[in-house]
Each structure stands twice: as C-alpha cells, then as structure tokens.
Design a protein around this ligand. Structure first.
Ligand code: ADP
Length: 483
C-alpha cells in the first residue's frame, strides 16, 4: 500500500515537472514571437495547458499550474513586459477565464475520476462476490462453507470473525479464533449480540440458523450480499445433509426388507426339508427301509450345511459392512491358502477336475480374508458349471500386483450382468442352484479393503472367469534360499 502511494507520488511529480516545462515553453514562444503573435493567441495556448493539467494532475497541482500560467502571462506576455503593471482593465477578464478554465476542467476531471474509481471498486466487488458464490456452491458441508467465508473475509478486511450455528445447539462452526467462548454462546442463546462485537444474523426463510460475529472495534462492515450468500449456502448444505440422512435411512430400510425376504427364503427352504425329514424319521408308525432312512439323514446333514453357509455369509456381509474392514496383512503362500480352501470344499468340488497353476511365492495379504475370497470363487465355479468340467485356478504376480483367476466351463454370465452380480443379494434369474447372492459381494468388500479389484468375464470357449488383482508386496524368495 505504502509502496503504491510512493510510486503514485513520484509519477505526479514527473507530470508536474512536464507541465511546468510546457508552461515555460509556451511563455518562451510568446516572448520570442511577441511581434508576430497577438496576446490572445498565447492566452489560448495557456487555456489549453490548463485543461491538459486538469486532466493529468491532482486538483491542487492544477490550481498551482493555472496560477503559474496567469503569472507568466501577466509578467512576460502582456505589455509592460517584465512587470506586473496593468495596461488595460480588460485583461482582468482574460485572467478570470484562465483561472476559471483551470478550476472548471479540474472539477470535471475529478468527478469523472471518482466515477471511474467507483465503477472499478464495484467491478472488483462483483468479481470477488461471484468467485465466493462459485466457491461456496461447490462445497458440501456447513463447516467447509463457513471456513471458506472466513478466509474470504480475512482477505478483504483483517478482522476477528467467528461463525456459529444454531442447530442442534449453538456451537462454533469456524472462526479466525478457533475457541468458542461460553459467554458468547450464552448471549447467542438469548438471541443477543455479545458485547464488543457486531452480529450478522443468518436467516433462512423462517428462522435464524446461525450468526457471523465480527470484532466491533473496527469500523468496517460486512457486505450484506456476503451474509445472504452465507445464509443460503448454509441452508442448502443443511438441506442436502438432511436429504442424505433420509436416503441412508430409506436405503437401510430397503436393505432390511431385502435381507428379510432373502433370509426367509434361504433359511425356510432347508429348514422345511430338515423338519420334514426329521419328523418322518421320528414317526415310529412309519417303517422306513434302510436306504430311505440313510437318504433322509443325508438330506438333513446337507440342508443343515446349506443353512450354515447362508447364515455365515449373512453374518459376514453384516460384519464387514458395519465398520471399515482393515485387512491384517502377513506373508502368505497363495498355493497353501488355495489348498486349504479346496480341502474345505472337497465335497463341493469332488465332481470337478481342479487344475491349479501357481508358482511358489509369498505375498502380503490377510490370509483369512483371502481364503474366503478363494473359497467363494471356487464354490461358485463348482456350483455354476457341469460335473466333470474343469475349474482352473491361476496365481501370478505382475507389476506390483498379486493376480488370482478362477475359471470354469459353465454357462457364463450375460454381458450386461457382469458387474451387477457383485451387488448384494443379486442372483441371475436362471440360477437353479441354491445361494444367497452374497458370495461375490463379500469377495468385493474384501478385495476393495485390500485396495484391489475383482472382475468377471466370459471365456471365449464358454464359461466364466473371475479375476482378482491386489496391489501388495512380494517376498523375494532368493533371500530365503541365500540364507
Ligand atoms: P450365490 O452364488 O450365493 O447366488 P454370489 O454372490 O456368489 O451368490 O453370485 C451371484 C450370482 O452370480 C449367482 O447367483 C450366479 O447367478 C452368478 N454367478 C456367480 N458365479 C458364477 C459363475 N462362476 N458362473 C456363472 N454364474 C455365476
């Protein structure tokens, strides 16, 4: 600011010197061509210089130049030359016109300059207000909006400011001073302005939603436009938040309904079979042949297992979705984990040919969660492909990522549903086999928790291929052998 003032002063001095030189030049020409020129010609030139001074110089300096002009004209141009004596009273009119031209031109220039300055200030205000409006409209939370406004006001005027919100109870949202004073909150609760401060109340259409408090020591005021913009933005963010909460509740509600529908179907079917078989077995009046009795017992065991699987998946998805799932990474040998998953699924894959293509390696994954992904994918491959067909499991490590693929020779998945099958409870319409529609959703949650990706594709010769990529560290096995 001080630097700008200094520069402006130096420029003014330069202009004054330039104008004084011009006045000197006109006087010189007037003296040199006294015989050829009449006095009025020189007076006209002085008038011209007065107007020029008014347009270039500050009023004070314009008046000074006008006086210099009149004095030079009187002393050098009018007879008696080089003296201030009057020869003719008419010259007073010439002096008056010269003086008036300076004053008049200076006044006009000044009012024009003021108007230009005012326009520039207005333009600047509109520009900054527009920038603030654009910035606020892109922000989501009340806190971000309040902080951005405080920062904006801080740039404009160096004042102490705080923004308080009324809901749920009066609290500090953002401020140049981060500490909320209990006294201030006491005043605000009574809708009174705390002493030593200016309060700008923020209202939506019907009630007060908050307040902007500004240190009252300074005489500066906050633009009412900023207050309206702040009120509007805060109201918008509160409405958006309320809407998001309603949406979350309704999503939860619809999830609960789906869950209930799925649970009742998936649990009721095996339960019905178990109850039916158990009742038949208990009925002493019914004589059952040994193979039938055996069959009933097998079906009880199978349906019990099915129940167990459905319940486990339901519990898993609920557990994983409740909080952020943080994998416990450790050095894992994928081949070993796949082996143990195959062991657990031996009954399910006994009619399939399983081919495992895997190099020995150690990668950093959560072994329990990884085993769950492998199990779900192998179980699906077996469920959705014909007996005696081949299930191929491959592991690899490429570009800092561990890659697992499970391919089968089943019916494949319609292209438009390749991403949908990862949604909770989503099942293909023609899925004849029992299931919950949760297996792939669980895989996705686990893989995403490892910052990885899971995708489904159809193989060229028929069947589908599920591919998991997880960024992770690879243990350099050479280190192990060198030891
Ligand atoms: P579930 O198998 O319990 O129904 P999933 O989430 O594991 O649930 O799978 C969702 C749906 O994706 C399945 O119902 C099935 O229609 C389809 N699907 C999953 N894996 C395969 C596969 N290997 N081949 C064909 N379809 C599959």
């Amino acid at each position: 600011m001080i630097k700008t003032l200094k520069v402006a002063n130096i420029q003014e001095v330069h202009k004054v010197v330039a104008m004084a030189t011009l006045y000197g030049l006109v006087t010189f020409v007037g003296v040199l061509y006294r015989r050829e020129m009449i006095e009025t010609d020189v007076a006209m030139l002085f008038l011209l210089l007065n107007i020029l001074s008014a347009s270039l110089l500050k009023p004070r300096n314009t008046y000074l130049m006008t006086i210099v002009g009149i004095v030079s004209f009187h002393y050098f141009i009018l007879p008696d030359y080089s003296s201030f004596r009057f020869q003719n009273a008419q010259h007073i009119i010439t002096f008056a016109v010269m003086a008036f031209s300076g004053i008049f031109a200076s006044n006009i220039t000044q009012s024009q300059r003021k108007q230009i300055d005012k326009n520039k200030r207005l333009q600047h205000r509109h520009k900054t207000n527009y920038q603030l409006a654009r910035h606020l409209s892109a922000l989501q939370t009340s806190q971000q909006i309040a902080q951005a406004t405080i920062q904006f006001l801080r740039k404009e005027q160096a004042l102490e400011r705080q923004i308080y919100l009324a809901e749920p109870s009066w609290h500090l949202l953002a401020g140049s001073n981060e500490n909320a004073s209990p006294n201030v909150i006491g005043w605000l609760k009574e809708r009174k302005t705390p002493p030593g401060m200016n309060a700008y109340w923020l209202n939506d259409s019907s009630e007060t939603i908050g307040v902007l408090l500004v240190d009252a020591d300074k005489e500066l005021t906050v633009d009412p436009w900023v207050i309206s913009l702040l009120s509007l933005s805060l109201t918008r963010s509160q409405a958006t938040q309320a809407l998001a909460e309603v949406e979350a509740t309704s999503r939860m509600e619809s999830m609960r309904t789906t869950l209930l529908a799925s649970v009742s179907h998936d649990l009721k079917t095996p339960l019905g079979t178990i109850i039916g078989a158990a009742t038949t077995l208990r009925d002493s009046s019914v004589k059952l042949a040994d193979p039938v009795r055996e069959e009933l017992l097998i079906s009880i065991a199978e349906q019990g297992e099915r129940l167990n699987r459905s319940l486990t998946k339901l519990l898993d998805i609920t557990r994983y979705s409740a909080g952020a799932l943080v994998p416990k990474r450790e050095w894992v040998e994928p081949e070993e984990v796949i082996g143990s998953a195959l062991q657990r699924l031996s009954a399910r894959v006994k009619h399939h040919k399983v081919r495992l293509i895997s190099e020995p390696m150690l990668v950093e994954l959560d072994s329990l969660l990884f085993e769950q992904v492998v199990s779900n994918l192998i179980e699906n491959a077996a469920k959705y492909s014909p007996d005696q067909s081949e299930i191929e499991i491959r592991t690899d490590y490429r570009d800092g990522q561990f890659v697992l693929s499970v391919s089968d020779q089943g019916s494949g998945i319609p292209e438009e549903q390749l991403t949908k099958i990862f949604e909770r409870f989503y099942r293909l319409e023609n899925s004849a086999v029992d299931g919950t529609g949760l297996g792939l959703a669980i895989c996705q949650v686990i893989v995403q928790a490892h910052h990885g990706e899971i995708t489904a594709n159809n193989r060229e010769g028929g069947g589908s291929c599920f591919c998991v990529t997880i960024p992770c560290k690879l243990y350099d096995l050479r280190e192990l052998y060198e030891q």
